[in-house]
Write a protein that binds this ligand. Structure first.
Ligand SMILES: NC(=O)c1ccc[n+]([C@@H]2O[C@H](COP(=O)([O-])OP(=O)(O)OC[C@H]3O[C@@H](n4cnc5c(N)ncnc54)[C@H](O)[C@@H]3O)[C@@H](O)[C@H]2O)c1
Length: 362
């Protein structure tokens, strides 16, 4: 038996339940406290999930006074920054829900405190745990594509707009690009080795969310339901990143990597109006290459597996905490994802290409 790991959960809405479910399944892990800003909500969560002995708070700072090894931060996006800074400063390791933050400046401060305190800042991109993601990354990193110069990722839901905390800028910070686009961005950039972004030119709109014909909360809807951005990276790579929660179209295209020796196309798993964005499992991988002068398309066999990627992300965080390992999905790397999302907000507002400056952090 290993050392018992004591966990706190901050924000007890929808996704916190998934965290609780998988922490509960790990031996020697105890959820000892839950905090939610809405009075009484943490206690209801404790009861619903049968977290015997756990204490409920309506202020995350009181939870952080306890002796805890790690906290899961499951608040809406705008609260990620404050709660993460407070948790790291209080000596806790952090399992943070995506997207990392709203602005790049927030993300920089979060990484700086993580480095200063030596506490883990791990960002919860569970699609990385699809073993087929490993195939994609290996094909690129082993040079199968040659030099990759152009990438497209994201994708489009025909009609899959959330409501509640996700559509209000003052709570979510941003819309579709940050909410589901951040996953495809993470997978594409992770496969490329997370190159440094240099500039962004973006357009966003919300013609569906603000129309009562399409959304029951249209009066409150003030984030983007569609966005497209061209991002330039170090190493002369260009990314065309597009995401929609709603559109009059069947697809915004697959994820593709164009290389000097081969191209790779990836489609997301799933079907129906809420699918079409690469925000979960891999559906198919094809390589486009020339064999003895013939244009050839090779379907890469997928690894069939029963892994629950969400369970894997929680287990990986716990073992990093238990064994004193680095963050499995480090905030320092995801900072580049956040830099792009921040650039998208700035560029779509100014209607101009913007530079991205990520300082060296020590
Ligand atoms: N990884 C995934 O698959 C996944 C899925 C859904 C949501 N998310 C992310 O998880 C986060 C939460 O999403 P959700 O669907 O659970 O939202 P939600 O609105 O259901 O729950 C958020 C909870 O946080 C509470 N809260 C708000 N501010 C707080 C604060 N300062 N301190 C403590 N509690 C606070 C709210 O009262 C609410 O109970 C978002 O960042 C979202 O992007 C991730």
């Amino acid at each position: 038996m290993g050392k018992s790991i004591r966990i706190g959960i901050i924000g007890s809405g929808g996704i916190a339940g998934e965290h609780a479910k998988y922490y509960k399944q790990i031996e020697d892990v105890q959820i000892v406290a839950v905090a939610d800003i809405l009075p009484g909500r943490a206690d209801q969560f404790i009861e619903r999930w049968g977290l015997q002995g756990a204490i409920g708070f309506d202020d995350h700072r009181r939870l952080l006074d306890l002796d805890l090894d790690g906290v899961s931060i499951c608040t809406p996006n705008v609260a990620h920054h404050r709660t993460t800074i407070d948790a790291l400063s209080a000596g806790k390791h952090v399992m943070l829900e995506k997207p990392m933050s709203v602005t790049l400046d927030e993300a920089i401060e979060m990484v700086q405190i993580s480095k200063k305190t030596g506490n883990i800042l791990n960002v919860g991109f569970q699609p990385r745990y699809d073993p087929n993601m490993g195939i994609i990354k290996n094909l690129i990193q082993n040079g199968e594509l040659g030099k990759v110069y152009y990438v497209e990722t994201g994708g489009g839901r025909r009609r899959g707009m959330p409501g509640g905390t996700f559509i209000r800028q003052e709570i979510a910070g941003a819309g579709a690009m940050a909410d589901i686009g951040c996953y495809s961005l993470d997978m594409a950039l992770n496969a490329l080795g997370y190159p440094k972004p240099l500039t962004v030119s973006a357009y966003t709109s919300n013609h569906f969310g603000t129309n009562p014909k399409y959304h029951s909360e249209s009066g409150a809807f003030n984030v983007e339901d569609f966005g497209v951005a061209i991002i330039r990276f170090e190493g002369d790579i260009v990314l065309n990143f597009k995401t929609s929660w709603a559109m009059h179209m069947d697809t915004l295209g697959a994820t593709m990597f164009l290389g000097t020796d081969a191209g790779m196309k990836i489609t997301p798993a799933g079907s129906g109006p809420w699918s079409g964005v690469w925000d979960g499992k891999v559906g198919s991988i094809s390589l486009f290459h020339d064999i003895q002068g013939h244009h050839t398309e090779s379907a890469i066999p997928l690894i069939s597996h029963q892994l629950n990627v969400f369970e894997e992300k929680i287990k990986d965080f716990v073992s990093a905490v238990r064994e004193g390992k680095p963050a499995p999905i480090p905030g320092e790397q995801v900072l580049r994802n956040q830099a792009i999302l921040d650039g998208i907000l700035r560029s779509s507002q100014s209607k101009k290409e913007v530079d991205i400056h990520i300082p060296e952090l020590d």
